[in-house]
Design a protein around this ligand. Sequence first.
Ligand code: GLC
Length: 535
Amino acid sequence: MKNASQYLWWHTGIIYQIYPRSYQDSNADGIGDLRGIIERLDYLQWLGVNVIWLSPVYPSPMADFGYDISDYTGIHPLFGTMADFDELLDVIHLRGMKLILDFVPNHTSDEHPWFMESRSSRDNLKRDWYIWKDPGDDGSVPNNWLSVFGGSAWEWDEHTRQYYYHGFLKEQPDLNWRNPEVQDAMLEVMRFWLEKGVDGFRVDVLWHLIKDKQYPDNPPNPDYQAHMPTYDQLLPVYSTDQPEVHDIISRMRSLLDSYDDRLMIGEIYLPIQKLMLYYGVDNKGAHLPFNFQLIDLPWNAQKIARAVDEYEAALPPGGWPNWVLGNHDRPRISTRVGIEQARIAAMLLLTLRGTPTIYYGDELGMRDVPIPFEEIQDPQGLNMPDKNLSRDPARTPMQWDCGANGGFSSVRPWLRVDEAFERENVQVEREDPHSMLSLYRRLIELRQKEQSLITGAYEPVECNEQTIAYIRRESGHLAFFVLLNLSNGSACFDNENRRINGFVNIATSPHLEGRIISGKINLNANEGIIVRLDQ
Ligand code: GLC
């Protein structure tokens, strides 16, 4: 157990993900930008979050909306200038907040100068910076590996008559991380931003960096079903999660550790036991391997409670937990579980032990916005049109006010705004004590001030088909009991072994607040409460 002074800003902070294209447009081009974010910092401070993670803002041809980078140390003119970035970083720091950048080391854009050199000839000095392979005798692809975005992961290059590997789009060739020059060059990129003072990185698809040296075929996935992305036809056992990736992570981490208190978050979609390895030996890997269980699991009380227990039990000694409800790749929580349960989800996210990450707009209850086919922009949606995989619906403009385009932009935005924006926006919800925004703000406020919620132990109390109940307790501080009804039927909590005495501090249904609790608790459908326990 740490004492309070051993907790760092990222243990106690709340992370807020901004998808910059969709946050605030300041120059009337329909696309959000850095100055727009600067304009909205008052809001973020009011909301109470203190760590901002920006999805990529680097120069990019935008084949994958910035996750295809053509210059790792620049700023895309769509988003502003380096001076704008420097100002953003400064003003964030002046407010006592932190800034995390998205770092995308697995692949570059095919327009990155490194790749242009690499593809120019077989004997170019950067040839081996990417993954080039000969065709089979019949011209076939080197193996059966698939691209996450559909089709083969190999693209034929007629000029040099070899295939190159791309785990994502063909416009996103994978770097060869087994090449020490690539490692050095990418660490230099990290150093560039660390020197500027950024507080850390969210590292994109960290578990993809190293592939099996022999490039064997991946085995078929016996559980594949037709509605799933084509990528899931195979189990990516040779193309991802190779043991040597941990050597790379530890190099990255050593670099971060040569600066004060910088943070590495890893984007890793793996089962719990494998995920835990990304904390590294002696916690010298990623500080926070993203924990996506609340995104991946069905919304079921028993399954979630079990997963929390399993996760807590699997954490390495000294490993700090984290929880995520949504991001720019997945359907929004309000759409996935419904607006009522999204309130429960907020309460869960902000009362579990570990650093929470909030996806912009979820605090308003923003939903996936239906995007007509002819307006789809996301390559994942366009490449597999029959599977409904477009990520655009979760990336729509932030809803600020009742004005044109929800206050996001004075011109038509790059993606349409939710038609409900006049009812669901920051301006309206701020004034309504029962809104999702007010609930988020109060949950954040409570979490930021109560030591038991920040660092206290997680003590499971009970779970059944409908409800999850747990206590958060830090010795010497007030403890909290959380009871969440994940069902749409009424539920009763009556545990003889654990009498609950206290009063309701925050409830999803405000009329419950202030109520004295002594023993039995009845909850309506979709209700959740946080009880401040008597000493
Ligand atoms: C990550 C990003 C996603 C992107 C992909 C390829 O999963 O979150 O948006 O498309 O990597 O970079």
